[in-house]
Design a protein around this ligand. Structure first.
Ligand code: GYE
Length: 337
């Protein structure tokens, strides 16, 4: 009985609200029709929830800008959430996307592990998930539709191959390397490390002294470099850093120790943002392996296909190059990130 009464009441309130809303709408629509509220989806056709890692690097900021611009270009409504470098924030964001019933979810997983539950929830809700930039390691197959991101292993190989060429050119007999690694357990960290190691494995001159987690941050890059310099001093021949931010943090530390980056120590970086390219041109960085943050176009096109129930490629890697002191870079176009 109580339930029935309750329901009736709600019913009445519902009707009243309905009438009030209709009259409100009649007057309000002409006023609001031409305004866009940023939090509201602007295209009912496709709503994309995107969870970004944070803003730890120029790469990440460039990636966010590109995703936002391309969503606008393709007329896709974007629900954007910044996780501030925390996995739990990404999980909460994905749950909000599910509750909001977005059409497609895209996200850049900060680390590879720990996604089973939330991805199963997305699958059960029938919402396809695009991995952007980084990969996940799940116990079950098929929780995500595809991965759009760089081939980090091949970036590591390119860095190693450059080093071999450089060591040949300088006639080095022993090459002591320190590695400033990206966020522990993240895909770029794992694969940039593996690709580099494999590329130099057959060369007996190469010796990795130590690798430290620099979390892709400039401040951590500086800290790692200080630690390396205190421990190994001028034994260090090479710094291999997994991103530009950490490299830019490490350079002043090398100089403070009275050494010349680019001459006394070979510096190899990854990403290829404008700041690092400018430093490469000045001679303090020797090589920058490109990793493009411009993944927005592929993300939007894939989201549209998924919404329409079409097949998508399981992996999409962008094309990437290497910039180094072996080339004339004077006419290199602005990088845009
Ligand atoms: O290299 C780094 C960023 O996942 C490829 O994350 C990305 C990396 C990029 O913060 O700068």
């Amino acid at each position: 009985m109580r339930n029935n009464k309750g329901r009736k009441k709600i019913g009445k309130i519902g009707v009243k609200c309905g009438l009030a809303m209709i009259s409100c709408l009649l007057f309000a629509v002409p006023l609001f029709a031409c305004r866009k509220t940023p939090a509201e989806p602007n295209n009912p056709e496709l709503l994309l929830g995107f969870s970004q890692i944070g803003s730890e690097s120029a790469w990440r900021v460039g990636n966010t800008t590109d995703i936002e611009e391309k969503a606008e270009e393709y007329g896709i409504s974007l629900m954007f959430e910044d996780a501030n470098q925390k996995q739990e924030n990404q999980i909460a964001a994905i749950r909000r996307f599910i509750a909001y019933k977005v059409d497609v979810i895209a996200f850049s997983p900060i680390v590879e592990e720990g996604w089973d539950n939330v991805l199963t929830e997305a699958k059960n809700a029938g919402i396809p998930v695009i991995l952007v930039d980084r990969d996940v390691n799940t116990s079950e197959e098929g929780l995500t539709a595809c991965l759009i991101g760089a081939d980090f292993y091949s970036e590591g190989v390119k860095a190693g191959e450059y080093l071999i060429r450089k060591a040949d050119a300088l006639g080095l007999e022993q090459v002591n390397i320190v590695e400033i690694a990206g966020t522990d357990n993240s895909t770029p960290m794992r694969q940039r490390q593996a690709g580099f190691k494999d590329a130099i494995a057959g060369d007996e001159r190469m010796n990795i002294l130590e690798s430290i987690d620099g979390d892709f941050l400039k401040s951590r890059g500086a800290e790692c470099m200080r630690t390396f310099l205190e421990k190994y001093g001028d034994e260090i021949d090479v710094v291999y850093s997994h991103n530009d931010e950490m490299t830019l943090g490490a350079l002043p530390e090398i100089e403070k120790a009275g050494l010349k980056p680019g001459e006394d120590i070979i510096v190899i970086s990854i990403d290829g943002g404008q700041d690092a390219i400018d430093v490469l041109k000045s001679g303090k960085i020797n090589c920058v392996v490109e990793c493009t943050p411009k993944l927005g176009k592929e993300v939007m096109e894939t989201a549209i296909k998924l919404k329409n129930g079409e097949e998508v490629d399981a992996i999409i890697h962008p094309e990437e190059q290497v910039f180094s002191d072996e080339q004339d870079l004077t006419n290199l176009a602005p990088r845009g990130y």
